[in-house]
Design a protein. Sequence first.
Length: 339
Amino acid sequence: MTGVSPTQRQITSDDVAYLVRVSFGSHTRVRDAGPLVGGGYATVWWALLDDDRRVVLKLAPPVGTPLLRYERGLCAAEARYFRLVAEHAPQVPVPLVWDHGTDPAYGEWLVTALLPGRSLHELAVAGVAVDDGPARYDLGVALAALHRVTGDRFGYDGGRAGGSTWRIAFTAMLDALLADATEWNVRLPVTPERLHALVGRHADVLDEVRRPALLHFDCWDGNVLAAPDSDGRLRLCGLVDGERFLYGDPLLDLVSPVLLRRIEDDPGHPLLRGYQATAAEPLVLDVSARRRLGLYRLHLYLLMTVEMPSRSMTPQSHPERHARLAALLDSELAALADD
């Protein structure tokens, strides 16, 4: 497979067979294998083993590949996340971790079980006519379960951006993105000074977050797997790509599931109904919550803009993505400035 991003590498079925033997022992063979597409960071393949197990092999970028600051150590982070969820929120369907290892020639990799179902993004692209409301309701229930798990600090783990309070951690996350933008020569529609002023203006709502809840952060439709149940209803059967997890405000997890839209503008959304039905604490989308959601969308759109050159995307090669993100950033900046 030829990677579409500099962080992805070209491997073959022989490479997959070798890493499977390293993970499971020399007696294990691969009956079939192929690439999984859709992501832009790691190289991902599925494999059918000779004992009928279906696994996913995720190969981290080669050592020395330029990465965004928060992306360092993501393969190990994903292993930690899936194990955390399996231990503390076992009702949430995440892949079983079979192995996490390193190799002098291949670098770092992760092997997990292959979950059933197709992503909501794949179903939409394929034009499958199905009501995805039940699956999105289930996602809300799953997020409510994840958010009951509490960390010992805010932000990312592994020495990345974080802090003792959510305000400190969130500011550090934004500062890391600003530093990445400088290094990658990404022009942003906001200066660091204006961004800091906006965060300072709304710091009081960030300080209302007192508990570092476990967050997935990246629950866009491509990472949400679903399959029909016995009644033909599409239900959640997996959450994948948990490497970007962090600890913070549960509201942060309500941004990526409705990517490029505003969840507070759709109070009857099935995700909200599932979350509200099972959350440990009531979900109130009041003025404070709306301000925080605006800040979190601002962070996500900044991230999606800053990551473009690291994925070989430029305003010229992807003009629609660049223009749409710029417009969304302007909208959130204006709303926060007026609030």
